[in-house]
Write a protein that binds this ligand. Structure first.
Ligand code: ACM
Ligand code: ZN
Length: 558
């Protein structure tokens, strides 16, 4: 009897040991269910590859970008698994992750092909950025295990390419300033989600954040607001000055950091509205002459740049001249949103300009609308002369916008649809699907204060940027972007919480062909991506995660 008991106990122990080993092995096996979903994932069923510390990463000799790609991969593998791989420029037939360029590959500039078999891993692309996205896929496929001796990668062939060439995420650093380290971390987040454009909203009524050497006043005074209203424009203020700006060297550093990750930084100087910080420094650029101060409340100010004053254009051109020296992006965003007409209606200089230009109201647009078109087009021509293109918010459609202006559709998708039909290039960024400052739960009392709205992960996922557009018109939709305005976001962790995981949902809108998008599958893949957030110590919202998801970090308030 006793012997039987003992035998049973041994059996149970053995089974338990077996189960643990299987679980361990599973934990150490790669899984290609990544976000954004690759175009084609064909599991081969053949023998798997065993990644160990003796595996090497090979890259083409003499290619700096590929060397950097190899370094990223090495960092990611070490972070995920603890395995420290060597780099080489001599690809080996066995036990090697070979990164190589192949211009005959038909996956487009940003696409890649990833092949895993028992001999090794081959990652090919027509260009270095394609390799980078292949590396992101590989990184997200790896298990997260501490000090693995080996990681098993099932044999697979992945062929992938993005749907849209413009995959943007925006950050407002005017309403609250975030230092360079936080901005770099945001760029790391974009890289993880295969985004390639960082729209940096650098100036607004509540603070100017760009060092302009010609106008030191802009950062000396324009970057500081004396106090900030509490909540949704209550009568209470914090009575604490708030400021911050980036030196030109810091902005160059951010541009370089982003470039290494194949991310273009598009700076925005919002004009002619949202300019209180400038008017506070240069009241002569406003229609009434002031006095003005850096805004302490949220909303839309009536005071905007005077379009009748030549000095305004001199100022704008001088600022943009320095800006284009810092930012090499083809696109410069010049705002154009929320510019009330009331000052222009009552300003002798603006009215004289309207007469001089012969601008008249018609059924759709006022003379002042057309004055804004004049303003934006004049600035566009200046930037064109420097080899740049403009992006403007969809208000630039009011009047006679230049057909070469790219429109960022934010007041829903209607502006974007209208713009695409009129032949503009368009970036879809509608409040209804892509405003990450909105609440992500309807239980708002359990959330940090937000501007309002309700934008859960599922809704972000539903964005159809081609809705209501014919084939030819669809060609004008160059991409999709999600925006984060920061009136109510003062801390980096809160910023992360508002981004993640909604940037993952927008990533599938940006990257995946519609047939390759499936919300249930996305939800099933999400925990694995959130494991990476945890690994990197990033805050995220939990609403879309399964109730039993194991949050290692329970310190979050939300
Ligand atoms: C915007 O949200 N005002 C572009
Ligand atoms: Zn004026």
């Amino acid at each position: 009897m006793e012997l039987t008991l003992m035998k049973n106990a041994i059996k149970v122990m053995f089974l338990g040991f077996l189960l643990c080993s299987v679980m361990e092995l599973q934990a150490q096996t790669a899984n290609y269910d990544v976000i954004p979903q690759p175009q084609q994932v064909q599991l081969k069923g053949g023998p798997a590859f065993e990644l160990t510390a003796s595996t090497v990463i090979a890259y083409p000799d003499g290619n700096e970008l590929m060397r950097r790609n190899a370094e990223f991969l090495r960092e990611y593998i070490q972070k995920n698994t603890g395995l420290k791989l060597g780099l080489t420029t001599n690809p080996m037939r066995m036990n090697c992750i070979n990164l190589s360029l192949n211009t005959s590959l038909k996956t487009g500039e940003e696409g890649y092909m990833l092949v895993v078999d028992d001999r090794g891993i081959s990652l090919m692309a027509a260009a270095e950025n394609g390799i980078f996205y292949g590396i992101q896929t590989l990184r997200k496929s790896l298990p997260i295990v501490r000090d693995a001796a080996q990681v098993v990668l099932p044999a697979v062939q992945i062929t992938d390419a993005p749907r849209f060439g413009y995959r943007g995420i925006h950050l407002d650093v005017s309403r609250h300033f975030f230092d360079v380290d936080v901005v770099k971390q945001a760029i790391d987040m974009l890289a993880l989600h295969n985004q390639n454009t960082f729209h940096w909203h650098l100036t607004d009524d509540q603070g100017w954040r760009v060092e302009i050497k010609r106008y030191p006043e802009l950062t000396r005074y324009g970057s500081i607001r004396q106090r900030t209203v509490i909540g949704h424009n209550t009568p209470i203020y914090d009575n604490t000055p708030s400021g911050g700006y980036y030196t030109q060297a810091e902005m160059r550093e951010v541009v370089e950091y982003a470039k290494e990750r194949y991310i273009t930084v598009i700076p925005e100087i919002d004009m002619p509205g949202h300019m209180m910080a400038v008017l506070a420094c240069f009241p002569e650029l406003g229609c009434t002459g002031g006095p003005y101060h850096v805004a302490e409340e949220w909303g839309i100010a009536d005071d905007i740049l005077c379009a009748g004053n030549e000095e305004t254009f001199t100022f704008v051109e001088n600022v943009l001249s320095e800006l284009t020296e810092i930012f090499p992006s083809t696109y410069i965003h010049i705002g154009g949103d929320e510019a009330p007409r009331v000052r222009w209606q009552n300003c002798p200089k603006c009215q004289a300009r309207i007469r001089q230009l012969g601008l008249t109201k018609d059924d759709e647009h006022s003379a002042e609308d057309k004055l804004q078109s004049y303003f934006m087009t004049r600035v566009e021509k200046f930037l064109n002369s420097k080899g740049r293109q403009i992006i403007g918010w969809d208000e630039i459609l009011d009047g006679d916008p230049s057909p070469t202006a790219t429109v960022m559709s934010w007041r829903g998708t209607a502006g974007g649809i209208k713009a695409a039909k009129a032949g503009h290039d368009v970036i879809m960024s509608p409040t209804t699907y892509a405003y990450l400052d909105y609440y992500q739960s309807d239980k708002t009392n359990r959330e940090p204060l937000a501007i309002g709205g309700y934008l859960p992960v599922e809704k972000v996922y539903e964005l159809d940027p081609m809705d209501q557009l014919s084939g030819d018109e669809q060609k004008h939709i160059i991409g999709v972007q999600a925006n984060l305005w920061t009136e109510y976001i003062a801390h980096p962790e809160h910023l992360q919480y508002m981004y993640m995981p909604r940037v993952a949902a927008i990533a599938e809108v940006q990257w995946c062909q519609p047939a390759n998008r499936n919300y249930d599958k996305f939800l099933a893949k999400l925990p694995k991506l959130v494991d990476v957030y945890q690994l990197l110590g990033w805050k995220y919202a939990r609403h879309a995660l399964p109730a039993d998801y194991d949050h290692h970090d329970r310190s979050s308030l939300w």
